[in-house]
Design a protein around this ligand. Sequence first.
Ligand SMILES: Nc1ncnc2c1ncn2[C@@H]1O[C@H](COP(=O)(O)OP(=O)(O)OP(=O)(O)O)[C@@H](O)[C@H]1O
Length: 566
Amino acid sequence: MRAWVELADRADRSMLVRETRNALADGARWGWAAVLVAAASVWVARGLPSPATAAAAVLLLPVAAGLAWWRGWRLAWRDDPIDRRAAAASAARRWTTGLGLVAAVVPALWLAAGRPLLGVAVALVVVAALAELAIVTIPARTRARILRRLRIGARAVARDEAVQVGRALWSGMTLDRVQVTYPADWAAHSETRRDDLTGRLMWELCGPPPRTPAEAVRRPDYLVAFDAAACRITLARMPSLPRRLAARDWRQGPGRIVLGQTHGETADRTADGVPLALYEPTAHALIVGGTQHGKSSGVRAWVVDGLTHGVWPGGVWAVDGKGGGTLAPLLGRRGVHAVAHTPEEWAHVLEDLVAPEVARRYAEMLDWRAGRSTTRPDHPRALVVLDELQQVLLSRPDLAAVVETLARQALESGVILWVITQRPDARDAVPGAMRDQLLDRITFGPLSSAGAKMSFDVAGDWHRAMGVAPIPGRALTWIGGVWRTVQVPWLPIPADAPSAERLYPRRAARPAAGDPYGYGPPPPRAQSPASGSASSATPPRPDSRSAAPDDAEYDPATARRRRRPQ
Ligand SMILES: Nc1ncnc2c1ncn2[C@@H]1O[C@H](COP(=O)(O)OP(=O)(O)OP(=O)(O)O)[C@@H](O)[C@H]1O
């Protein structure tokens, strides 16, 4: 019994079984309608042979019509005309089925009474015709059903009959694009209203949220675009991406990282037929995703790509709060200042290496802007990766002040922060002061609606995050106001795959003796103006800036660009 129930449950969940059942049901109804019309035509053509049959038909048809009307009225007497019409249509379909059945079975029985073989042959022909009709009309009926579902969903949210669903483009039974037009007086400006409508349409198209990874991988991905001027929403299906993209040197030119393979229309360039999303970091980034979806591996690939393409001329520091070791292959590489795995190392890197460097740069920038320095500071872009910052602050709450200072001063100092977390919706996963600074957003795998909202609060468009499948390395990015789905390059660890070594920066010279982590000597501590730095000891007159070799405003991005190797 249990096995049967489980089998029935699985059949219910199977898209194929569901479509086949719908097709047979719909097809049978249409088939019965065809049989009914054919039977009536034959009957009329033969001159209404039997008065008794004619009388039965005359009686039966009004009874059927009356019962259909009554059923429709009873089912929906309280509701609006749309529901009433839908109920009446469903009742009419059932009655057509019943009458069609009578129209097919009665003559077959009548024939079979004297000539059984002929009766069986007629029955077989009817069944075959019905089955064929059901099969041939599967695509048309599936399309009509999908559009009907969208119409019902859109109207339920808009509460207005003027919502129109149309201009659909199809590939077979797959909906590639559809437009939903809403009335001009509909409250489309309200974010919750838009979210409701998009959520409902996505639900109708993609089904309920997936329960297993396999379901999620099969789930289609649609992009939603609002056109306020035309009062229109367009849902467009995203073509699928590869499940793995091997890392390589894409020759994207200096200063840019290859985020991954994306869809043709959002690609920045194509390399060997692969549409690529490129990234030139100018803001801090929040990187989010459930466990094992490829966050740390993706960051490793991007850091390495950046190091080998001059994106981080100021170098990289990494604080691995999980201590998982995914970033360990970066240790000792050229351009990598430090990778910290333990609480002592986190403190050393943040307090002794990163904080002084940021403070020094910040002081130089202030001196320049205040006119106290004649030399425009040259701050090559550097990167600090903070993986599971929550863990770091849990073990070392004393580092909170350093982290807060970083959040305030890093960007102005030409230092970019990448903050990685598994739980964007957890309280204190990322300190509030820092979170507001993380403008670029990247999520790996699917998110809960709360997680999606927290990750993409900047966009007000969070429902897009629901469509990304839990494929390792599959990410959704919100950078510079553009949504992109990418498959991030997979860069193995050289210890596992020695052939990957050539993609990493070369190893630096052996660490000096007495250097516990192999990080090299810390950079000089920042000196406050009061302590007598070169620039503050003899503050130049305000107009001395005009004598500077380059008197443009200080801009960390420009400073970084000037230093970028060609
Ligand atoms: N870009 C990718 N392409 C294909 N597979 C990947 C990719 N990135 C990661 N993987 C696979 O997913 C596994 C987990 O990756 P990773 O440790 O980076 O995930 P994570 O999200 O950081 O997980 P956690 O938060 O638990 O550390 C890897 O061991 C690898 O097998």
